[in-house]
Design a protein around this ligand. Structure first.
Ligand SMILES: NC(=O)c1ccc[n+]([C@@H]2O[C@H](COP(=O)([O-])OP(=O)(O)OC[C@H]3O[C@@H](n4cnc5c(N)ncnc54)[C@H](OP(=O)(O)O)[C@@H]3O)[C@@H](O)[C@H]2O)c1
Length: 325
């Protein structure tokens, strides 16, 4: 037996329950992991609320780091005692113990702690594909707009963009968050709850606007983000923190300057084993070089996951958050 957070109906944070669960032995191509740190991600709130529907009852969480306790038959690449982390399903990372497919695990290099690994696997791999692997990525000297720049994804993006020589204009909801984003490498910040971010982007770029907008806020920012793009610019709509983007007439992309739009998901960039390993190696190298510093800015006991969800959705957290089993 072990403890895990589960929920039997979708809803607010209060649906998350700390339960006793049976833990099966690992089957072929699986490993049993004792979690040392569990990543908190905004997508967990979409699963909990029902925005991304799932069969009920369910576990929750996509990211964790820990130690292998046992491996199933035929597993030779990993052994008990190995330090591993993962950032994609099957869902159920909010647990003390979890059986997980071996082909979704990566070994944590020396010099990276469990808490750091659980802070960066999902958010860092996302920044990796957004800045390095999409069909269009920014180059040194470009200026891009990045919403929610003081969040988990945001603070990693500020640092990685700076390391690439990319000027990141970060939007945030408060002066404290603006300072934090600048300290992490944002070239400019805009307090989008007080200032008109379209006007600010125009001002900062001398009217040129930007070639790429990274928008994870969704409903509240999508349409105005399009107005920040230069001709043939790319809108990367990669999240729904304020709610899902409503259906949009594609004709608007022509009217606003032959724009491109993509709605990517991390799973589309790391579902192949070789892509996962290459992306994780790139991320680990950035962290070990010191160019991107990672680690939780908040920790909660795993059993207090509901409070962590309240704080994340209440815009009270900054950077990454880890839940401790
Ligand atoms: N597509 C992908 O591959 C992928 C992968 C990972 C994450 N994501 C998305 O990336 C986004 C960031 O994820 P994260 O885990 O790093 O979370 P986060 O950025 O740490 O937290 C969300 C932030 O969004 C901002 N926000 C703006 N409007 C909001 C509202 N109405 N309610 C709550 N927050 C609001 C808040 O920052 P301010 O207070 O500064 O506004 C808040 O701190 C999420 O939308 C997530 O779904 C996408």
């Amino acid at each position: 037996m072990a403890h895990a957070i589960r929920f039997h109906k979708t809803g607010g944070p209060e649906v998350l329950q700390w339960e006793d669960v049976n833990v099966p032995q690992p089957g072929p191509a699986e490993a049993l992991i004792r979690h040392k740190a569990v990543g908190l991600n905004y997508i967990d709130t979409y699963h909990r609320s029902g925005l991304y529907p799932m069969p009920m009852p369910s576990g929750i969480g996509l990211e964790a780091a820990g130690v292998i306790e046992a491996v199933g038959s035929g597993v030779t690449e990993l052994k008990p005692g190995d330090r591993v982390a993962y950032a994609n399903g099957p869902i159920g990372a909010y647990a003390e113990l979890k059986v997980h497919p071996v082909d979704r695990l990566v070994k944590i290099p020396e010099g990276i702690s469990f808490e750091q690994a659980a802070s960066m696997m999902l958010q860092g791999l996302t920044v990796q594909y957004l800045l390095r692997r999409m069909y269009l990525v920014p180059k040194a000297g470009d200026t891009v707009l990045w919403h929610a720049a003081a969040g988990g994804i945001g603070l990693i993006a500020c640092q990685w963009a700076k390391a690439l020589g990319v000027n990141l204009i970060g939007t945030v909801s408060s002066e404290e968050k603006a300072k934090l984003a600048r300290e992490h490498g944002a070239a400019h910040t805009v307090i989008y709850t007080k200032e008109d971010f379209v006007a600010k982007v125009n001002e900062i770029t001398g009217g040129k606007k930007v070639p790429i907008v990274y928008d994870s806020v969704g409903k509240d920012t999508f349409m105005k983000s399009l107005d920040c793009l230069s001709v043939r610019g790319l809108m990367v709509s990669f999240g729904n923190s304020s709610g899902a983007v409503p259906p949009t007439d594609l004709g608007i992309l022509a009217a606003k300057g032959s724009l491109y739009v993509t709605r990517p998901s991390l799973m589309g960039y790391v579902s192949k084993r070789d892509e996962l390993v290459a992306s994780a190696n790139d991320l680990f190298a950035m962290v070990l070089s010191g160019k991107v510093k990672v680690g939780p800015r908040q920790t909660y006991a795993l059993k207090d996951a509901a409070q962590a969800h309240r704080d994340l959705e209440g815009r009270k957290t900054t950077g990454s958050t880890v839940l401790l089993p």
